[in-house]
Structures are given as structure tokens and as C-alpha cells.
Design a protein around this ligand. Sequence first.
Ligand code: NAP
Length: 252
Amino acid sequence: MDFTDKRVLITGGSRGIGQACAIAFARGGAKVAVNYRSNAAAAEATLGGLAGSGHVALRADVSDPVEVESLVAAAVEALGGLDILVNNAGIWVEHKLEEVDYDGWREAWRRVLEVNLVGPANVCYCAARHMIGAGGGRIVNVSSRGSFRGEPDGPAYGASKAGLNAMSQSLAKRLAPHGITVGVVAPGFVDTDMAARYRESPMWADIMSQSPYGRVARPEEVAAAVLFLASDGAEFSTGTIIDVNGASYLRT
Ligand code: NAP
């Protein structure tokens, strides 16, 4: 897919799905700002593997509204503008209701909603305000199958992603008159560090059997859907949620 001269900011672009997006956008000719929270070495390694030039690594915690504002400003300055935002950074925190105490329960909800929902909302705000002035853009938010199927071990995660879906669809309507599209990609299990806690567990075989393909997704397969929603031709797909779960969960 051709992204020549497009300027892309990817939150959590240093590892996993975000890294796969960075690689694919750069291969398509884009200039990429790779955001990360703490692992600078991973961000630099990702940057070093990108095709083309003009890419940059930017540290910021998306749950911090001040850092978000600086992140978007730094991306605009480093790339010379911003055409595409991929809100990909996210965390998983286990908090089974019968097992955590009340403090642990409240802390899980606070942290997960801050990183997975309020943070992306703030990145959308800052990026869209720039895009409005620039005449348009593309926003793609990375959600999860758990937003539809439920997350009994981490209900705040499921709720954060359901909220992200709803926010994206609201913004798709709000921003269409400004030439800005907002789409969502909702993966099932993807073979990244986030899923690593299950890889060595007895649950892994069961997880793989959830899809008739007998495997989980590769990060590049999620990136392919992200790139479609970020492409010039995806205007009328705004508000869409694309499932990338190997038919492991079919919603109607
Ligand atoms: P991952 O491998 O754990 O990578 C997470 C990335 O997000 C890293 O670049 C990390 O940077 C960054 N990050 C984490 N917290 C951040 C914060 N507060 N501010 C800025 N960056 C932050 O994750 P992944 O599996 O690729 O997941 C990416 C997205 O896909 C997430 O939104 C996740 O919920 C969603 N998803 C994943 C799966 C799955 O099975 N893997 C399934 C469905 C949906 P540092 O390394 O510097 O901390």
C-alpha cells in the first residue's frame, strides 16, 4: 500500500502490533513517529529496522495528558505534519473479582482506563485539532475482541476497549466534516509480549484452538487492517470496526 510522504504517529510503536504497523507504514513510504513509554532500547531497535528515512522515536506516557500534548506537538514538528494517528498503546492488568482486594480492584480500573481509553481520547483530541487545521487525516484505534466477548479476568480491559469503540464511532461522525476518518481494529489473541503470559501455560493450546485456523494472529495481520483504515481509499469505511480474530469470535 502506498503511503509515500504520509506522516504517521503510532503510540506504543516500539513493540508488538505497533512495531508491525511502523514497519508496514515505513515500507509504504511513510515517515513514522514511534512512541513508547519506557523501553527506549526497543524503540531505537524498531527505528533502526524501518525502511526509508525521517523516522523518530518519541517517549511519552499516553496516560499523562501533559505528555500527550507534547507528544503530538513533537511528532508534528519532527515529521513536518501529521496525516495518520494510530492509537495502539495499551495494557492488560489481571484483576479477577474474587481474587483482588478492593484497593487492587480500584487501582486496576483506574490504570487500565487511563492508558486504554482516556489516553487515546486525549491523543485523538490533540491530533485531530492539528488535522482539522491541516484539512484532514486518518485515525485508527486498536481495540480488542474482548470489547465484545467479555474479559472475565480483566473486566476493566474489556470495558476500556468497548469505550474505545464507542468513542471512535462518535468521533467518526464528529470529524467527518473535517475530512478526518476514525476506524477501529479489534484483534483477538496476537503473538506479542502482551500474550506472552499465556504462551508457556496449559491454556495456550486452548487459545489457539479458538480459531478454526488453530493459531493466534501475527502482528503483521493486525497491521494490514490498520493500514487499510489509514489509506486514502478508506474514507467511506469511517466508523468501522474490523475484527482480526481468525473467526474465533463472530459477532452479529
Ligand atoms: P505489547 O507487545 O505489550 O506492546 C505495548 C506497546 O505499548 C509498547 O510499545 C509499550 O511501550 C507501549 N505502551 C504501553 N503502555 C504505554 C503508555 N502508557 N504510554 C505509551 N506507550 C505505552 O502490546 P501489543 O500486544 O502489541 O498490543 C498493542 C495493542 O493491541 C494494545 O492496545 C492491546 O490492548 C491491543 N490488543 C492486543 C492483543 C494481543 O493479544 N496481543 C489482543 C487484542 C488487542 P514500552 O515497551 O516502552 O512500555
